[in-house]
Design a protein around this ligand. Structure first.
Ligand code: 13P
Length: 251
């Protein structure tokens, strides 16, 4: 795994009211207080961010948002700017999650604008990519990922992408209990690292963190993390309970 620090991130999606978010974040902060050799991040819904930031102060756990809008401010009802997220205490932002593509019409082009906006505000983007079941069955996995990476990262330099994290989330494995085997995940992660080397620089390909996401649980994290190109996990359902997520963090 070279010198890459593992990142275990929890995407809470549209779960938890403010009091629930604060309670879970507080429990998690206590449970992972001993962790020094890996990064931990949680991404609560927007409404919980500022409160959870207070709860996480002085802890090992970083705060992320699940989305942003690329403009700095303006008449964009319902949207949230990068500076707003930073001021709420976020240091990470998840971008291009397949649920945003599926339900809210996000594309590789909007993703590209969002990544650019995140970088300008010193937020670490976690770019989500992944193929559908149909695409995997018709052997289009690599071409789909190539397109997502090429369009999503168009125009960036290696320096721009220094902190960027990629999350490979096969859509067929999200919330289904069907995890990619560690060999399937490793094959894709290696492909992505080679793609980054081809399109950017060797140094970036070596340092960039590529997370796996899709039904990650305490009982499959260890085998996934044993693979050389898997640098962490983006966890959905199993990140909602502090004890379960702490077990994943302590893989
Ligand atoms: P699950 O872990 O619930 O499958 O969700 C994965 C995911 O979408 C994380 O972003």
């Amino acid at each position: 795994m070279e010198n890459r620090i593992p990142l275990i991130a929890g995407n809470w999606k549209m779960f938890k009211t403010c009091p629930e978010a604060v309670e879970t974040a507080g429990q998690l902060a206590r449970l992972v207080a001993d962790v020094t050799d890996r990064d931990v991040m949680i991404a609560p819904p927007f409404t919980g961010l500022a409160l959870v930031a207070e709860t996480l102060k002085g802890s090992q756990v970083s705060l992320g948002a699940q989305n942003l809008f690329w403009e700095t401010e303006g008449a964009y009802t319902g949207e949230i700017s990068p500076a707003m997220l930073a001021s709420a205490g976020c240091t990470y932002v998840i971008i291009g999650h397949s649920e945003r593509r599926q339900y809210f019409g996000e594309t590789d082009e909007t993703m590209n604008k969002k990544i650019s906006a995140a970088i300008k505000s010193d937020l670490t983007p976690v770019l989500c990519i992944g193929e559908s079941e149909k695409e995997r069955e018709s052997k289009e996995t690599f071409s789909v990922l190539d397109k997502q990476v090429t369009k999503g990262l168009k125009g960036f330099s290696s320096a721009d992408m220094e902190t960027l994290v990629i999350a490979y989330e096969p859509i067929w494995a999200i919330g289904t209990g069907k995890t990619a085997t560690r060999e399937q995940a490793q094959e894709v992660h290696l492909f992505l690292r080679s793609l980054i080397e081809k399109k950017f620089e060797k140094g970036l390909a070596k340092s960039i963190r590529i997370l796996y996401g899709g039904s990650v649980k305490p009982d499959n994290i260890t085998e996934l993390m044993a693979m050389p190109d898997i640098d962490g996990a983006l966890v959905g359902g199993a990140s909602l309970d502090a004890e379960t997520f702490s077990k994943i963090v302590h893989y």
